[in-house]
Design a protein around this ligand. Structure first.
Ligand SMILES: [Zn+2]
Length: 163
């Protein structure tokens, strides 16, 4: 269900895959883009959700997910070549840029980076990147080379590795 999301820095509009989040200004590398906030759900509740809500929930810790309907966070698309990452800072989740993102650029993160070892969720990928892995699955199942890069560049948040 699409509801207009108001944001001074981002606009939700049509993307390669459904709707995506685009910047309204230039962002530099390692900049906090927005907080991922919403309703906390337990793992059991997450399993009972409709598919769309479930697909868009962010893992928060071992037992909790954040559902962020009608916020910018709800519309960020996956890419196998992301320009943003999820970071937990003082018990809050943020989307943080990896590289500079020019005004008008789409924000992407790699969904695999918030899929912990006990996650079973998978998705076919249509990101169109040269290094596309075709299927999005939990971090531990990614090619070793990708895992190493993501760990060394802190693209995967530590709390996911700790679950
Ligand atoms: Zn892909």
């Amino acid at each position: 269900m699409y509801k207009k999301v108001e944001s001074p820095d981002f606009v939700i509009k049509k993307s390669r895959n459904g709707c995506g989040v685009f910047t309204k200004k230039d962002f530099s590398a390692s900049e906090r883009l927005f907080e991922i906030h919403g309703v906390f759900l337990t793992c059991e509740e997450d399993e009972d959700l409709d598919e769309e809500t479930r697909n868009n929930a962010y893992r928060f810790d071992k037992d909790l997910f954040i559902s962020a309907p009608n916020t910018v966070a709800d519309y960020v698309n996956h890419s196998c070549n992301p320009n943003a990452r999820v970071e937990k800072i003082k018990n809050k989740l943020y989307m943080v840029s990896l590289y500079s993102i020019p005004k008008g650029g789409e924000v992407f993160f790699d969904y695999s980076t918030i899929l912990a070892n006990d996650d079973v969720w998978e998705m076919k990928c249509n990101c169109g990147e040269q290094n596309c892995r075709q299927i999005v699955k939990k971090f531990n199942l990614l090619p070793h080379k990708v895992q190493k890069k993501y760990i060394s560049e802190k693209i995967v948040p530590q709390y996911i590795l700790d679950i």
